[in-house]
Design a protein around this ligand. Structure first.
Ligand code: NDP
Length: 258
């Protein structure tokens, strides 16, 4: 798939949630390299500005959209801002997420709520606001296709102790995405899930000390994926010809058993 600019995503606009670090930041850079203008959505404004500068130094185009997507109004405004500032919306990457591991006995209800409100409700807020624009993009753009890529996890396929609510959010996301895929395929809005294994990001830094140490011990024997590896897979999904729909991609670290 190539555009007038010669880049696969030239003329397209992408919105990436959780763009201030990890997989989201790497994905935003990759999509910009492929020619898309990218809306960078997260709460940490300074990080987003730094990333926007980096993208523009590389010849790309990015727009900072500061938003807490757990707030429905802010999520809605993030999508509107993208439309108004960049003119359209062709690709949504639902990436923002948090993983607060711990057993039911030792996790607080606030931590469970935090995971549900970002990994589920936040994702729904953005998706609901974006769907009409994506349908429009698929009908009117030169690509004749639009994309929603949902960053799930191996935790969306394999349940493990200390991960019950994280599993709930990611298993739930996979079901949501499959239903949405069937709804939107007639509109040529492709819906996919990507399920990364262990990736070296800030994700584990949100854990309490004891759980973080246990988690890091568990993965200490394996070489983790880099955020760019996951971005690469997302880039593959969204640059396929419109006749191709890569609906699911499981990308584990090479020596990860689960
Ligand atoms: P990071 O912690 O590096 O990134 C999480 C991102 O989510 C940050 O950019 C953060 O930005 C954003 N975010 C958090 N809260 C909000 C909010 N309320 N509103 C908007 N944005 C928010 O972790 P990863 O890059 O690893 O995680 C990205 C996704 O990948 C998650 O969905 C995670 O579940 C998934 N994943 C990660 C794996 C891993 O091993 N790292 C493995 C499998 C899946 P800010 O704080 O600035 O708002």
């Amino acid at each position: 798939m190539s555009s007038l600019s010669g880049k696969p995503l030239g003329g397209a606009v992408a919105l990436v949630t959780g763009a201030s670090s990890g997989i989201g930041a790497a994905t935003a850079c990759l999509l910009a390299d492929e020619g898309a203008a990218v809306a960078l959505v997260a709460r940490r404004r300074e990080r987003l500005h730094q990333l926007a500068e980096d993208i523009s130094r590389q010849g790309g185009r990015a727009r900072v959209v500061e938003a807490d997507i757990t707030e429905p109004e802010q999520a809605y405004q993030a999508v509107q801002d993208t439309r108004e500032g960049l003119g359209r919306l062709d690709i949504l990457v639902n990436n923002a997420g948090v993983m607060l591991l711990g057993t039911a006995l030792h996790t607080t209800i606030e931590e469970w709520d935090r995971m549900v409100s970002l990994n589920v409700s936040g994702l729904l807020h953005v998706t609901h606001a974006a769907v009409p624009h994506l349908i429009d993009a698929a009908a009117t753009s030169p690509r004749q296709v639009a994309d929603i890529v949902n960053v799930s996890s191996t935790a969306g396929r394999v349940a493990r102790p200390s991960s019950s609510v994280y599993n709930l959010t990611k298993f739930g996301l996979n079901g949501f995405a499959e239903s949405l895929r069937q709804e939107l395929l007639v509109e040529r809005v492709r819906v996919s899930v990507i399920e990364p294994g262990t990736v070296q990001t800030e994700l584990a830094q949100h854990l309490g000390e004891a759980t973080r140490d246990a988690t890091l011990r568990q993965v200490s024997g394996i070489e983790p994926l880099q955020a760019a590896d996951v971005a690469d897979a997302i880039g593959y999904i969204v640059t396929r010809e419109r006749r191709v729909a890569v609906n699911e991609m499981l990308v584990r670290a090479g020596d990860q058993t689960w």
